[in-house]
Design a protein around this ligand. Structure first.
Ligand SMILES: [Zn+2]
Ligand SMILES: [Zn+2]
Length: 345
């Protein structure tokens, strides 16, 4: 089969590699149709690592995908050959303390698609995954939509964990695919005023259909001052979705006492400095979001019921052969790119 193999930073080769085989009765062979380029993939592409997760080349990355069931192991009951599916890229062990307490996202033996030393990614024609990773979709849901259910599920999880009241004032720092996923879920949930920042003006103007109360570019406006002018009591929840260290500190300025800082962005550096006295005096709660758990079906349902429509988020399509072009575009934030999709035909 063809695969876009990462052979060093900034370099994909299109190679012929063996089709993976079904090893366990619960395995499913999936023909990949669409792969979304995620910010975390970009970290691997540009620097070869996220924290201590370091790529050993050659390696196939990619974890946002949808496809068609090609063949199933003998014990598979969730799906059958020919079925169109969205994919949850996480394979948990099912028996560790974390899995048994419903925290499969922090499973002690978690294997995540496209993560170094865990599982090969999906920038190729076929993958084998446990049937638990396969989520059937309706005939009218597109593969793009099914693929978007992965980032959307992280938005669903972040909103679930932070549990905003319907009157909450919330800010989203960073309006990329994850920030937008959070915003879509907040809208579907009926949350009040949403304030959004991003350094790319086009991303802010694209939010108009979601009716943010206020948007601002931190490079050109004094975000804490402007948001305080709109909402003197400040924010109940700030979702940090940019990974920018300055945004983390800005989030603390924006929070009211007793507020929650929800961390979704992946910083480039290994450590960040926080103003401990401000955290302490305001009694801020910090929530770390590790991907998601039990939210894939919820995300698919939001899309299927048209409670969330993220179609406009998909700005570019590339064939598998042009994976490198897609990654260069996303890494450079060029041409108004939001979510680039790679189609595997
Ligand atoms: Zn992702
Ligand atoms: Zn486990």
């Amino acid at each position: 089969m063809r695969a876009a193999v990462l052979v060093r930073t900034h370099q994909f080769d299109i190679r012929q590699v063996p089709v993976p085989t079904i090893l366990k009765d619960s395995d499913v062979l999936i023909r990949i149709r669409t792969v979304g380029v995620c910010g975390s993939d970009i970290h691997y592409y540009t620097s070869g690592r996220i924290g201590s997760q370091i790529v050993q080349y050659p390696f196939i990355i990619g974890h946002e995908a949808a496809g068609i069931v090609e063949r199933t192991g003998s014990a598979v009951t969730r799906v059958q050959a020919g079925q169109r599916i969205a994919i949850d890229p996480a394979v948990s062990c099912g028996h560790c303390d974390q899995c048994l307490s419903g925290r499969e996202n922090t499973c002690r033996e978690l294997l995540f698609m496209g993560c170094p030393k865990q599982l090969d990614g999906c920038l190729c024609e076929y993958v084998v995954l446990n049937e638990k990773c396969c989520f059937p979709i309706s005939d009218i849901m597109t593969f793009d939509q099914a693929t978007l259910s992965e980032p959307l599920s992280i938005g669903v999880y972040a909103v679930e964990r932070s549990a905003p009241s319907t009157r909450a004032n919330v800010a989203i720092l960073g309006a990329g695919p994850i920030g937008c996923s959070v915003f879509h879920v907040l809208r579907a949930t009926g949350i009040g005023d949403v304030y959004v920042t991003d350094k790319i003006d086009g991303r802010l103007s694209a939010l108009a259909p979601l009716h943010p109360r206020w948007t601002g570019n931190p490079d050109r406006t004094n975000v804490p001052r402007d948001i305080t002018a709109c909402e003197p009591l400040l924010m109940d929840i700030v979702y940090e979705c940019s990974g920018d260290l300055k945004a983390v500190n800005q989030a603390l300025e924006l929070l009211k006492p007793g507020g929650s800082l929800v961390l979704l962005g992946i910083p480039e550096s290994d450590e960040i400095v926080l103003p401990i006295h401000e955290l302490r005096r305001k009694e801020v709660t910090i929530l770390n979001i590790r991907r998601q758990v039990h939210c894939t079906q919820k995300a698919i349902d939001l899309l299927a019921r048209h409670e969330v429509n993220m179609d406009a988020m998909v700005t570019h399509h590339f064939p598998l052969e042009e994976t490198q072009k897609a990654f260069d575009l996303v890494a450079s934030y060029g041409d108004g790119v939001m979510k680039a999709m790679i189609t595997v035909d």
